[in-house]
Design a protein around this ligand. Sequence first.
Ligand code: URA
Length: 439
Amino acid sequence: MTQSAPGPSVLEMIAAKRSGHRLGAGDIQSLFSSYLGGEVGDEQMAALLMAICWRGMDSDELSGWTGAMVGSGVRLDLTALSRPTVDKHSTGGVGDKVSLVLAPLVAACGAAVPQLSGRGLGHTGGTLDKMESIPGWRAELTATEMLETLETVGCVICAASPELAPADRRLYALRDRTGTVDSLPLIASSIISKKVAEGTGALLLDVKVGTGAFLPEIGQARALAQTMLELATAYGVKTAALLTEMDTPLGQAVGNALEVSEAIEVLHGGGPTDLRELVVQEAREMLQLVGLSADPKKALDDGRAWASFSAMVRAQGGDPDAALPQGATLHVVEAERGGVLWKLDAKDIGVASWRLGAGRASAHDSVSPGAGVICRAIRGQMVSRGDPLLELVGDEPSKVGSALAALTQAIEIRDDPYPESPKVLERLLPQRDGGAGPN
Ligand code: URA
């Protein structure tokens, strides 16, 4: 009887990757089983992750790596829903409350949006932290509750269950501790494995570019978007991507309850123009992906999107009409001279908001729902000396000093007019057609 040769050991895989060789899909699959089974240690996986950071992965390896992450847990089946499914993933930005409006808006237009979201770590906020400022709202849903809400309301915003891509959960925590987060194939496989496991049929990627973004440079952002597009498409998820500008906060509110309140303004047909326009454009993209022709602008203005939001919040135990937690005004940053506001820096404002209590420094910290920053003026606006520019809000006056320290370079006022700048910088589609699965 012939026996198949045993696969490479983890040490051989580390050495192979370190030398720039490719890893086979079957070997990656057994590596993941051994890692989750405890036979391969964190230190060995960390060494391999570091080798991947240096050497990268080709498209077959990336597909194999992603498949192993998806296969490490359950894969939801949303095909029994009566609506087409479409989700959105944003790489995260300052004041990015788009999901709060977009999910109910797209639901109001006839699709189902399974928006599995995370909590914030660092200067960009997390969608779950924002939603949790709504009294009674609950992020954890059972699979049955999620499916029921998707069918009846058309959207959920909830935490991903621990059974979805559990390997990613462990690897992400390990990458966070070993300086291996910043790898394009590892980021792409982490994001796309969760979307494939959640079972969405279509996906819009919003890859942010600019000072407040995870990847500030447009070249890096484009490369990440293109990699994710090809990967998701190979897994049969119909995908499009937008590169959107994140040099200045989106909308005027930064911080959990402040952002919910601004999202509610948009759901009532008002709110800041940049936010409203981006939401409408993203809704159009998502509807196009699933072949629906409803007009999202109309659904915002006639109250249907608000009705979907209210129904979703109620289905998750919350009261959409309840008063939101409010912090006190702790300090107002004023214009030092008159002129045109050329810079209101996203990253600096995100860090200030985080330091006021809106964000957490480590995964187990809690957040202060009422804390954050309100932009009293927007980039490109004429201001006079003494005009309020930023309002710092929170519960702890002792935090104002460190928030202000983050803002020393955040503002620039000049005499010349600010040029028109679009929020959507590029729209990308996959370069090759997807098949039924990875090759
Ligand atoms: N977000 C994820 O989900 N994974 C990454 O690796 C980076 C950002």
